[in-house]
Design a protein around this ligand. Structure first.
Ligand SMILES: *Cc1c(COP(=O)(O)O)cnc(C)c1O
Length: 462
C-alpha cells in the first residue's frame, strides 16, 4: 500500500472527525455567510504528482474552493427550486458513502431491500397505490426520461413494434402533447430518439399554465386513434400551476394515450391537506416523476420514478448478462433504470423519513407555502414591483412595475445577490422578464423571508 494511503488508513477515525468538524461548521454557519460567492473561481492547478493525504486535501479544499461555494443548502437561496438537506439526510448521505454499496440484488447486500422499502414509503407519501412500482434515479430529468422511455415502449406495444429491439425509428413519429412542459421533457425526448420537435404544445387556460383540457381532448381526437404520450404538469416552475389530472385521466376512457405526470416538486402538495387536491388524480398516471433533492430536502442527487408498467420498463432497461441471470420475480434495480452500478441513493431519504416522518415533512411543505405567501404580500406592497402571477404554492414570480427589460431585471437579480442576503433566479413569464423566489428549504424561517424582502428593497434603491 502506498505510504500515504497506509497513513490515512491508520488515522481513519481522526480524518473522518476532521471532515465532520469542517462540515458541521459550514452547515451551521451557512445562514451567516453570503448566499452566493461573487468572486471568480481560482485557476486550474496541475494534477498532483505526490498526494497530500486526506487531511491535506481537506485543507486545500477549505482554502481554495469552499469559500466560493454557494449557500444553496441554506435558507435564503431561493433560486431555481433548490431544497437543502435535513440533518438526518446528511447523516444518511455520509453513510451511503461510508458503506459504499452497489445497489444490485446480486451484490450480496440488504441495500436493495432498503431501497424497496423507501420507494414504498414514498409511494404512500404521494398518495400512489400499489400498482405503481418505482426506483431511485438522480433527478427529475432522469425520472422523466425513464417514464417517457416506458411510454415509448407502450406506444410500440400499441403499434406492434418492440422498440427496445427495433429502435425508436421503427415507431415513426410519436405524438407528445403537453400544456406547459418543463425543459427536461424536450431533453428526454431528444435522448430517447423521439425528438424534441415531437413535443407539441397544447393551449393553456387563459392567464394560467394549466393545460386547457378541452384543447387537449381536441388534439387527442384529431389523432384518429394513433397512440400518444401526454405529459401533464403538477407544479410548473414559474407559477406552480397544476393541470387538472383527474380530468386528463378521464380522457383515457376515450383516447389511447400514456399519461406521464411531472410532479418534480408539486407532488409534495400531497403532504398538505389544504393543497392535496392539487394532485388529485396523480394515481391514475402511467408514470410519475418526483424530485427528492428539492422538497424532500435530501442532498443532491435524488429523485424517484414510478410506473404502472414495470414489465415494459424491464423491456427497456433489462441488462442481459450471464452473471446476472434473468429478471424474474421482483426485478433488480439494474433492470429498471439507466444505470447498472448505482449508489444507495435511497439511504438519505430513508433517514429523513424515519427521522421526521410524514408530519415533519408536511411541516416543511406548509411552512414554505406560508412563507411564499408572505413574500408575495411583501412584493405586492412594494411600489416598484408587481407580481406576475398569484402565489399558488411555494414560488413568488414577480417583476419590475415599470419597464421590465431583460437587462433591468437581470440587474435587479445581481443587486439582490450582491447584498449577500438572498439569491433569486430570472425567468420569462407570459413574455415578461421576471424573477422567481422558490421556497423549498427546510430551514427557511419568517425572519429569513423578511431578510429577503429587505434585500429586495435595498437592491431596488440602488
Ligand atoms: C426541477 C424540475 C425538473 C428537473 O429536475 P432535475 O432534478 O434538475 O433533473 C423537471 N420538472 C420540474 C417541474 C422541475 O421543477
Amino acid at each position: 500500500m502506498h505510504r500515504i494511503l497506509a497513513d490515512d488508513l491508520s488515522r481513519l477515525p481522526e480524518l473522518l472527525q476532521s471532515a465532520r468538524d469542517f462540515a458541521a461548521r459550514e452547515v451551521t454557519g451557512v445562514s451567516d455567510r453570503p448566499v452566493v460567492g461573487l468572486d471568480r473561481a481560482p485557476g486550474r492547478e496541475s494534477l498532483p504528482g505526490e498526494g497530500a493525504g486526506a487531511k491535506g486535501a481537506l485543507a486545500r479544499f477549505a482554502e481554495r474552493w469552499a469559500p466560493g461555494f454557494s449557500g444553496s443548502a441554506g435558507p435564503r437561496y431561493l433560486g431555481f427550486v433548490t431544497g437543502g438537506a435535513t440533518p438526518a439526510s446528511v447523516a444518511g448521505d455520509w453513510l451511503t458513502s461510508a458503506f459504499d454499496q452497489n445497489v444490485s440484488g446480486a451484490a450480496g447486500s440488504w441495500a436493495t431491500a432498503l431501497e424497496r422499502e423507501t420507494v414504498a414509503w414514498l409511494r404512500e407519501l404521494f398518495g400512489l397505490g400499489e400498482a405503481h412500482s418505482g426506483a431511485f434515479v438522480t433527478g427529475a430529468t432522469v425520472s422523466t426520461t425513464v417514464g417517457l422511455a416506458v411510454a415509448r415502449e407502450w406506444v410500440g406495444e400499441r403499434l406492434g413494434v418492440d422498440v427496445s429491439r427495433a429502435g425508436a425509428a421503427a415507431l415513426g413519429p410519436v405524438e407528445v402533447l403537453s400544456g406547459c412542459p418543463h425543459s427536461s421533457v424536450a431533453k428526454a425526448l431528444s435522448v430517447l430518439g423521439v425528438g424534441r420537435d415531437r413535443l407539441r404544445l397544447v393551449p393553456v387556460l387563459p392567464g394560467r399554465e394549466a393545460v386547457d383540457v378541452d384543447a387537449l381532448e381536441a388534439a387527442l381526437a384529431a389523432l384518429d386513434g394513433r397512440p400518444a404520450i401526454v405529459v401533464a404538469n403538477a407544479g410548473t416552475v414559474d407559477t406552480v400551476d397544476f393541470d387538472d389530472l383527474r380530468a386528463i385521466a378521464a380522457l383515457k376512457e376515450r383516447y389511447g394515450f400514456w399519461l406521464h405526470v411531472d410532479a418534480a416538486f408539486g407532488g409534495f402538495a400531497a403532504l398538505s391537506p389544504a393543497h392535496a387536491h392539487l394532485v388529485d388524480g396523480l394515481d391514475a398516471a402511467d408514470s410519475v416523476c418526483v424530485d427528492l433533492h428539492k422538497w424532500l430536502n435530501v442532498p443532491y442527487d435524488a429523485a424517484v420514478q414510478f410506473t404502472r408498467r414495470r414489465d415494459l420498463q424491464v423491456r427497456v432497461f433489462h441488462n442481459a448478462a450471464p452473471y446476472l441471470g434473468p429478471p424474474s420475480g421482483e426485478p433488480d434495480f439494474l433492470h429498471l433504470t439507466p444505470e447498472n452500478s448505482r449508489r444507495l441513493r435511497a439511504l438519505p431519504a430513508w433517514f429523513s423519513l424515519v427521522a421526521y416522518g410524514r408530519a415533519g415533512h408536511r411541516e416543511i411543505v406548509e411552512r414554505n407555502v406560508a412563507l411564499a405567501a408572505r413574500l408575495g404580500e411583501g412584493v405586492g406592497a412594494l411600489d416598484r414591483l408587481r407580481l406576475l402571477a398569484p402565489v399558488r404554492l411555494n414560488v413568488v414570480c414577480f417583476t419590475l412595475a415599470e419597464d421590465p427589460t431583460p437587462e433591468r431585471v437581470a440587474a435587479l437579480a445581481d443587486a439582490v445577490a450582491a447584498t449577500g442576503e438572498a439569491f433569486l433566479t430570472p425567468t420569462v413569464y407570459g413574455g415578461v422578464p421576471g424573477l422567481r423566489a422558490a421556497f423549498s428549504n427546510w430551514r427557511t424561517s419568517e425572519a429569513d423571508t423578511e431578510r429577503v424582502l429587505a434585500a429586495l428593497t435595498e437592491a431596488l434603491s440602488d
